[in-house]
Design a protein around this ligand. Structure first.
Ligand SMILES: Nc1ncnc2c1ncn2[C@@H]1O[C@H](COP(=O)(O)OP(=O)(O)O)[C@@H](O)[C@H]1O
Ligand SMILES: [Mg+2]
Length: 381
């Protein structure tokens, strides 16, 4: 097909989810229709250096890219909207195989420096359409405290929580523990506000465990969240769209460990994904409705996975969190829920690219000045 779109796939990066991002990118690159896209894989090392031209890059023994792979061209990300796009080769590099301007970028970066609005800001400055939420939706979706406040404001049910900070832990730990104990019975869950993949998340069943959990979470973020421990099933929905988003059928996670921690997510083979989740029709409908409302309440775009707790005792749904760049590996919930809802991964990528371009076009129509036309020959001074 003529006019293939040049699709940049950004992956790796400086987050704790670097390795998962590589797996997600592999899956997206394999599924992207070669008739429609010229895929440009753009790897970001663990240290934050960017490169093109070597895919699949050779990760180290831990599955990470921690140096520029042999044969790759190191690039400097450029924010200049000059039509040349995001990638500028380092002067010292042989740039003969350098790709041209990108038509659209798919940031496949989970967590910090990728899912949090930072890369989205760069893509906005460079004026390149990109998949997924903008700066605001990405940033608020990444901060569990701000996210919950917006959910509450939209009258969405959230698990009761106390927001605290590394500073509180350092200067008034005893008082803080008493406040938490006055608010909740054990167990409680302690989490850093800006993380993912359960990094720094612990369940605490007594004061000693609470102190350890707070200190661990404080290593990962300045803002910390303590929540009532839920005895609940974990239900997830995939959302797709811009102004009129739709939800997939819900899926269910059955964690193999005590909760869905990092090991249960990626290392152990003992967690189960149930697709579709065994729910009554009214529960399915409720989850889908809440998923779409949660997506809208944070100003998200393109895609997101919305995760719920379904409390066993009460049968009540609570919105736990949103992931604006959900896992996209072969076994990840987001693409699997769409596949089960009738949309293959390849078609899902087409839809996400379409949504990215549509949103970019819509934004390009926005006026940034009161003047009807940019005044090129301004002689008024
Ligand atoms: N309040 C809670 N009650 C019970 N389990 C929880 C609670 N909060 C988190 N968990 C468990 O910890 C996991 C990770 O927490 P989550 O808030 O989803 O953070 P992350 O962004 O790291 O995925 C959840 O999937 C769930 O298994
Ligand atoms: Mg989660």
């Amino acid at each position: 097909m003529a006019n293939k779109k040049r699709l940049g796939i950004l992956f790796g990066g400086r987050s704790a989810e670097h390795e998962i991002s590589i797996q997600s990118a592999r899956n997206i690159i394999a599924a992207a229709d070669p008739e429609k896209y010229e895929v440009v894989p753009i790897a970001i090392t663990k240290q934050g250096r960017w490169c093109v031209g070597a895919f699949p890059p050779e990760p180290n023994g831990h599955g990470a890219i921690d140096s520029i792979p042999v044969g790759a061209v190191e690039v400097i990300p450029s924010a200049c909207p000059d039509g040349m796009g995001l990638l500028v080769p380092l002067a010292s590099q042989n740039a003969t195989t350098f790709p041209g301007a990108l038509d659209v970028v798919f940031p496949v970066l989970h967590g910090t420096y990728g899912e949090d609005g930072t890369v989205q800001g760069l893509l906005e400055l460079a004026e390149i359409p990109y998949v997924g939420s903008g700066v605001l939706g990405s940033a608020v979706g990444m901060d569990k405290v701000v996210m919950k406040r917006l959910f509450q404001q939209a009258k969405l049910p959230v698990v009761p929580y106390v927001a605290t900070s590394r500073r509180d832990i350092q200067v008034r730990l005893d008082e803080l523990c008493k406040e938490i104990e006055a608010e909740f019975r054990y167990p409680v869950f302690v989490k850093p506000a800006n993380m993912g993949s359960s990094v720094g998340v612990s369940k605490a069943s007594n004061r000693d465990e609470l102190v350890d959990a707070l200190q661990l979470a404080g290593d990962f973020d300045l803002k910390i969240l303590v929540e009532r421990g839920m005895d609940a099933r974990e239900i997830e929905c995939s959302v797709l769209g811009n102004e009129d988003p739709i939800s997939s059928i819900p899926g269910e996670i059955v964690p193999g460990n005590e909760f869905y921690d990092y090991a249960a997510k990626y290392l152990d083979d003992n967690s189960q994904l149930l697709i579709p989740a065994p729910l009554k029709p009214a529960q399915t409908e409720r989850a889908q409705k809440l998923a779409v409302e949660a997506f809208k309440s944070l100003d998200c775009a393109g895609m997101a996975r919305v995760d719920f707790f379904l409390e066993k005792k009460t049968g009540k749904f609570y919105v736990n969190e949103i992931n604006t760049i959900p896992g996209f590996t072969r076994i990840s919930m987001y693409p699997q829920l769409w596949a089960a809802s009738g949309l293959s991964c390849s078609k899902l990528i087409d839809r996400l690219v379409e949504l990215a371009i549509k949103r970019h076009r819509e934004k390009a129509r926005t006026r940034y000045s009161l003047n009807p036309q940019p005044r090129t020959n301004d002689s008024s001074h």
